[in-house]
Ligand binder design. Sequence first.
Ligand code: ADP
Length: 182
Amino acid sequence: MGPPGSGKGTQAQGLVRERGWVQLSTGDLFRDHIKRGTELGRTAKRFIDKGEYVPDLVTVDMVRQRLTQIPRDTRVVFDGFPRTVAQTDELDELLAEFDRSVDAVLLLEVPRTELLTRLGKRAKEQGRTDDTPEVIGRRLDVYERQTRPVVEHYKTRGIVRLVDGVGTVDQIAARLAKAAAE
Ligand code: ADP
């Protein structure tokens, strides 16, 4: 977990490469639907372009669908999910169906000023439609309002591991590896 621009996607890809885990990124899945022009993609785009979250029902159904394709003995690294308290509850139920559970939450901590710099840079490099200055501000606010409570929920379960998300990609990867092994 972590706010927009905290490096979730980059670091999840590292865990996939080095450990053979499977990444389940809701942002990537949505962008793939948008690219393919599916109905789900059209729905998702309306929310994503405003910096808002896609409705929970749509998101959870998509996650369920993806989970059915992953062998049960393969570790899954969720990237960008769950992002609301309702999704968190749904995830527990969903995982129970698959005889699984959440082992740990790795939380990337990055100050807001650094996030704004990174997202501004990504806007130039990747041209993502949700990386414009207004939408970036909105996404950070939405994160604080809707996703911070998810972090608090997992903290009460005692499974959150804080990881300093400032540094080089390799430095952060090393911190994550250590936190994941704890
Ligand atoms: P970032 O974390 O940098 O915002 P993502 O690719 O994870 O990038 O997400 C991009 C957008 O996709 C979000 O702003 C949101 O609109 C949508 N999205 C991704 N994951 C979820 C989710 N779990 N629930 C609802 N919307 C989501």
